[in-house]
Ligand binder design. Sequence first.
Ligand SMILES: C[S@@+](CC[C@H](N)C(=O)[O-])C[C@H]1O[C@@H](n2cnc3c(N)ncnc32)[C@H](O)[C@@H]1O
Length: 186
Amino acid sequence: MQTSSNMLTIAQGAWLHALKTARVIVDATSGAGKDTLFLAQNKQDDAHIYAFDVQPTAMLQTKNTTREFSGDITYILDSHENIGQTVESKLDLVVFNLGYLPGGDHSITTVPEVTVKAVESVLKNLAVNGLLSIMVYPGHPSGKEEGVHLMILLEELPKEDYSVVKCQLTNHDETAPYLYLVEKVR
Ligand SMILES: C[S@@+](CC[C@H](N)C(=O)[O-])C[C@H]1O[C@@H](n2cnc3c(N)ncnc32)[C@H](O)[C@@H]1O
């Protein structure tokens, strides 16, 4: 069983580091609310979380899962491509967990064009030392395409402004989930 090599564990390690100073946090795909809950449990007292999802049932699940922390969370039933219009401050930590909601409607999934638009807008608004985390699932066609678009966008970012890390299980099938971590460095 994977423990420290698990992609979510690696992501959460990076989130924990960012959460030490993060004040403005976005869960761009809140789904069942598991990631939102982790962020809420580990954030500073004065930090605020904005949770986005397009599915009413998912948003309901996020609300239920994070009920204890609801005072520190703004729940937004809207597409993450509108993060820039809704959250006007600089972003310290933004988390995307792409794909569809496990146990939910698999036809409602993140789509490459929208994901790229949302990521571009987040990159513009990321605070210095802010972190963008994106979990990609190339095991389904839309996820594979998202990965290609993200690679083109992220791997061309100027290193003077952004550090881009790709975490991938290199001895697994190429359908295994992988993680991008992008830090704005100046
Ligand atoms: C893999 S799930 C997220 C799981 C979630 N992070 C959790 O901890 O349970 C992906 C979610 O993205 C949502 N989604 C799809 N397109 C979206 C969009 N344009 N904006 C916001 N959320 C979207 C889906 O409704 C789904 O709930």
